[in-house]
Design a protein around this ligand. Structure first.
Ligand SMILES: Nc1nc2c(ncn2[C@@H]2O[C@H](COP(=O)(O)OP(=O)(O)O)[C@@H](O)[C@H]2O)c(=O)[nH]1
Ligand SMILES: Nc1ncnc2c1ncn2[C@@H]1O[C@H](COP(=O)(O)OP(=O)(O)O)[C@@H](O)[C@H]1O
Length: 201
């Protein structure tokens, strides 16, 4: 568990989580298409680069040793192992962004979201949910970026992630990309409405 300094408050930090294949990347891309000024953290990962992914844009792709070094240096705001690879949020860019009073968006998995909650209780946690389990399976398979065994592994994790949706401040259902992007934009720009207005029971 990282021990770097706490994030300055009250700047708005939003975390978007949800199971693999639910459409996090697609919805965030739509938000950025409409609002290029929305800043999204670029994570580091030890996962292998997929075709079409650009180093430094989609992720910073690191070796295990490079990732170890960042952890040792306390350079990550949070990090987690997911389906056999490690992923983490570089702390400095997020801290700079928030210190400047500008919103920051992290797209990370459940363990990382919990770490952010522990370190920055004022952060807004948003869970992106699929309209149904069948639809989640078909999106993950339809993307075709992982072999079936990896898809199965991600679906097993997805079940646990869906069970944790109640820990989040807001649940956004990704039934339609444009609608879900609208809802996310509303949460990003509302100064503090997310936690109060969107809190799920
Ligand atoms: N904790 C944590 N999770 C991350 C980070 N970056 C990405 N993830 C999550 O890692 C999981 C796997 O990401 P990826 O391999 O890109 O697959 P995809 O999101 O299904 O396309 C997803 O749930 C991401 O949201 C990070 O910096 N920290
Ligand atoms: N609202 C939606 N309706 C139908 N398909 C979607 C929707 N959102 C995303 N998808 C598709 O689902 C697949 C997984 O989306 P992706 O953004 O890669 O998910 P994640 O980043 O959560 O793993 C992609 O093929 C994407 O085009």
């Amino acid at each position: 568990m990282p021990t770097a300094q706490p994030i300055p408050a009250p700047a708005r930090l939003t975390v978007l989580s949800g199971p693999s294949g639910v459409g996090k990347g697609t919805v965030v891309a739509e938000v950025r298409r409409r609002h290029p000024d929305v800043w999204v953290s670029v994570s580091v990962t030890t996962r292998r680069q997929r075709p079409g992914e650009v180093d430094g844009v989609h992720y910073h792709f690191l070796s295990d040793a490079e990732f170890d070094r960042l952890v040792a240096e306390d350079g990550l705001l949070e990090w987690a192992e997911y389906a056999g690879n490690r992923y983490g949020t570089p702390a400095a860019p997020v801290r700079e962004r928030l210190a400047a009073g500008a919103p920051a968006l992290l797209e990370i998995e459940l363990q990382g979201a919990r770490q952010v909650r522990a370190r920055a209780p004022e952060a807004q946690l948003v869970f992106l949910a699929p309209p149904s389990w069948a639809e989640l399976k078909s999106r993950l398979a339809g993307r075709g970026s992982e072999p079936p065994a990896v898809q199965e592994r991600r679906l097993a994790i997805a079940q646990a992630e869906l069970d944790a949706a109640g820990e989040f401040d807001v649940v956004v259902v990704n039934d339609d990309v444009a609608r879900a992007a609208d809802e996310l934009v509303g949460l990003l720009v509302a100064p503090s409405a997310g936690k109060a207005a969107g809190a799920s029971e």
